[in-house]
Design a binder for this molecule. Structure first.
Ligand code: GLN
Length: 498
């Protein structure tokens, strides 16, 4: 039953129609069948996953009450640590490293009975928009294997679209959950900053990074969101507030009387025609469902991308200093008489890829004495202006919307040598991270010109994540009745999945 949604799988297990062990095995069989082509996974934990599945089956057999996602398989982005399981963050520098502890969200998922199948491919240290920056080779988009699956969490999103897993975890620093969701026709949510623990997430840009749920339906994302969210004393930036009621919101999907603000600056020039027409169509469906559509303006979003590409590299240059050949992973050049400093240099030269080096150099420069105020300081001020834009817009609307990404999936290799073209993919997703608010991408259809998925982005104020799910569920329901079947049932590649 690999094409079903996670909540349908959970219901089938609860009704005794299938065991978690069998369901898990079906997913491993599917992975064996298609992952040579998709390359969503970097590591599979057959033994651990099947053991967890049997534990859930036994608990159910004893009549114990288990969580709503107990026994459901999940794919974990390889930038989240899992005890004893190789974790690379898509980098050679961590090849062979096995973390000695579980990330908080991994502990929560294990306690909820979720079955972690393995680790998914990503851009090195989550830096990228196409998963081509992985040291382990690119992931392919199941809609068209010659195209990128988005990034940095392309492995997680591709695993959902290829029916290799019904649930996945991603991380989103500037769009790495939402943009891959958009280009693979799946759902991805960046929760409010502080809403989900970052303990055990290998840090890229600490003031922006956020882990979140990826799924094929809005309700599935909500169910996973509630499992992983909540205050964590192990993360100093974790918010000590109650978890937003996202499952209720996803189940009701009510938009009557809700005001939806279309962000003027995140549409128009530079956005592919089919992306725009699908976006307009979604707005119409939401209006028909009873929402009020208004236009809002966020003039400072123009500077978001430039400011992001100072803040993220600056923070990464500091965070990645820990990969020093002494503490984790790779060590090269450690011969007699070679100084520790030189061993560090050699290891970092061999261990890091081009994009990571580019950002470390940029960030080190931006933070250097005499330049700090001009670059990092100014970028932080832009961040304040973006927050003010959001505050003004949220005074006029309950949620804001835009296309998630300016284009559908592009060809592997097309932008690989042009970092600035690559950075532009995140033009619509970055403002959400800069302000620490919540964002979702869900499929809005296929672009007529290339037949590839387009994404619809919803943005909600901090700690109002449930609004994403109300609006997302309403749009999903309207689109489903228009299409007659889920978008992914139209996926052409990879043969028929049942
Ligand atoms: N594509 C953006 C970058 O390269 C965002 C990455 C992310 O969200 N991790 O930084």
């Amino acid at each position: 039953m690999i094409t079903h949604s996670a909540h349908e799988m959970a219901a089938a297990m609860a009704a005794g129609e299938i065991t978690s062990e069998k369901l898990t095995q079906q997913h491993f069989d599917r992975i064996a069948e298609v992952d040579a082509e998709v390359h969503a996974f970097l590591y599979l934990d057959h033994e651990g996953a099947l053991a967890q599945a049997r534990t859930v089956d036994e608990a159910r057999g004893r009549g114990e009450k288990v969580g709503p996602l107990a026994g459901v398989p999940l794919a974990l982005k390889d930038i989240i640590v899992q005890k004893g399981i190789p974790t690379t963050a898509g980098s050679k520098i961590l090849e062979g490293w096995r973390p000695p502890y579980d990330a908080t969200i991994v502990t929560k998922m294990k306690n909820a009975g979720i079955v972690i199948l393995g680790k998914t491919n990503c851009d090195e240290f989550a830096m990228g928009s196409s998963t081509e920056n992985s040291a382990y080779g690119p992931t392919h988009n199941p809609w068209d294997l010659s195209c990128i699956p988005g990034g940095s969490g392309g492995g997680s999103s591709a695993s959902l679209a290829a029916f290799e897993a019904p649930l996945a975890i991603g991380t989103d620093t500037g769009g790495s959950i939402r943009q891959p969701a958009a280009v693979t026709g799946t759902v991805g949510v960046k929760p409010t900053y502080g809403g989900v623990s970052r303990y055990g997430l290998i840090a890229f840009s600490s003031s922006l990074d956020q882990a979140g749920p990826c799924a094929r339906t809005v309700l599935d994302a909500a169910l996973l969101h509630e499992v992983i969210a909540g205050h964590d004393p192990m993360d100093a930036t974790s918010a000590d507030v109650s978890v937003p009621q996202v499952v209720n919101a996803a189940r009701s999907g009510e938009v009557k009387g809700i005001k939806i603000g279309v962000v003027k600056e995140l549409n128009g020039d530079g956005y592919q025609a089919g992306v725009r027409s699908r976006f307009e169509e979604s707005l119409e469906l939401l209006a028909n469902a009873g929402a009020e559509i208004v236009e809002v303006s966020c003039p400072n979003f123009e500077y978001a991308l430039a400011a992001y590409y100072l803040i993220a590299p600056s923070e990464c240059s500091s965070n990645l200093a820990r990969f020093d050949a002494m503490r984790y992973g790779m060590r090269k050049g450690d011969d007699d008489g070679v100084s520790a400093e030189l061993v560090m240099n050699i290891t970092r030269e061999v261990g890091f890829g081009r994009e990571v080096k580019r950002r470390i150099i940029l960030g080190t420069y931006a933070l250097s004495s005499g330049y700090y105020d001009a670059y990092y300081g100014s970028a932080q001020k832009v961040r304040t202006l973006i927050m003010q834009d959001f505050n003004n817009a949220f005074a006029k609307a309950d949620v804001l919307v835009s296309p998630t990404a300016p284009t559908t999936a592009f060809k592997i290799g097309e932008k690989a040598d042009d970092p600035l073209a690559m950075y532009l993919n995140d033009i619509a997703t970055i403002p959400v991270n800069m302000a620490g608010i919540a964002g979702m991408s869900l499929p809005s259809g296929l672009a007529p010109e290339d037949g590839l998925p387009t994404g619809f982005q919803i943005m909600a104020p901090a700690m109002q994540d449930q609004r994403l799910y109300s609006v997302g569920a309403a749009l999903e329901a309207a689109l489903l009745s228009k299409w007659g079947a889920p978008l992914l049932s139209r996926i052409p590649a990879l043969g028929g999945a049942k």
